[in-house]
Write a protein that binds this ligand. Structure first.
Ligand code: SAM
Length: 282
């Protein structure tokens, strides 16, 4: 049975809104929804069901704070991913990729497109995010034909499969999130024509040898920057690194980090506020 969250709804004078996070910090609050209505705000605070015993105390604290019309309620934990999955439609990325969120009822791709069956699940990489799309666009610009590819933070496995479909000789994808790798394995099984190897674990599980012609890493800047020295040891001297997950405003800082780790920036791409860069070992 799906869990229900507890909710506490109330009104507050607008000027009190700023101090609300401080008041709520000691309580096991999952999240907060705030709506402005004239000179007031309507607030709904979400708590886990297990926090029920604390409600009288929290209500007391909120009353002293000035909360009006306090009302308890419940909110079912909706299956957001299931809902999204139902609404999702196949879409094209670049010239080469057709991303289809419905493996059970696939839609044939336009002529010449690679059909990737990526069901939205508990792993990043549905193909709808700009950072993933930038990587797919870089891959189609520079197809890794015959390359040995490492996909760092594989998530759903979308980039690993795309690289293999574009002609990579072999592809190894990994992720520190075992749940994501579980999804990636299942996704890989839907594409037996493009076999990829996958493991759950950190990059230090890989021997520091320059075994890869191309390394893909789509993750937050603060996640990939600490990995750069290790990636430098894993990439072949004539190889390439594609990095995505950075904002355009972070490009300069990332270029500095790349230089400090022994990479030279050789290309870049942008989609909206997102950027991806191409680097080579110096
Ligand atoms: C933004 S998602 C990218 C997923 C997919 N590759 C894509 O391009 O859509 C980043 C992934 O990196 C993983 N990750 C974060 N830090 C990592 C690390 N240090 N080593 C390996 N994986 C990591 C996360 O668990 C997450 O699945």
């Amino acid at each position: 049975m799906r869990e229900h969250f507890l909710t506490l709804s109330f009104r507050l004078p607008k000027h009190q809104e700023e101090s609300l996070p401080e008041l709520l910090t000691p309580w096991p609050v999952l999240g907060c929804e705030v709506r402005e209505v004239n000179a007031e705000v309507e607030v709904t605070v979400f708590l886990q069901n297990q926090a029920r015993a604390l409600l009288p105390q929290l209500k007391g604290a909120l009353k002293s704070f000035g909360a009006l019309d306090l009302a308890e309620g419940t909110q079912p934990d909706l299956d957001w991913i299931g809902e999204y999955r139902q609404l999702a439609r196949p879409f094209r990325v670049g010239h080469r990729f057709w991303i289809d969120p419905h493996p059970d009822t696939p839609t044939p791709p336009p002529a010449g497109c690679i059909h990737l069956l990526i069901e939205p699940r508990q792993a990043f990489g549905t193909g709808s995010h700009e950072s993933t799309q930038l990587m797919l666009l870089l891959l189609e610009d520079r197809p890794p034909v015959g390359a040995r590819v490492l996909d760092v933070g594989t998530g759903s496995g979308v980039l690993a499969l795309a690289a293999r479909a574009l002609g990579a000789r072999w592809v190894l994808g990994f992720d520190v999130d075992a749940d994501a790798v579980f999804v990636a394995c299942e996704t890989a099984h839907l594409h037996p024509q493009w076999p990829v190897a996958l493991f759950a674990g950190p990059s230090r599980a890989l021997a520091p040898r320059p075994a890869f012609d191309l390394i893909l890493a789509n993750m937050l800047v603060e996640q990939f920057v600490p990995l750069l020295p290790r990636l430098r040891r894993l990439v072949h001297p004539g190889g390439t690194l594609f990095l995505s997950g950075l904002l355009v405003s972070q490009k300069e800082a990332v270029a500095g980090e790349l230089a400090a780790s022994g990479f030279a920036l050789v290309g870049e791409k942008q989609l909206g506020e997102w950027a991806a860069v191409v680097a080579s070992p110096r």
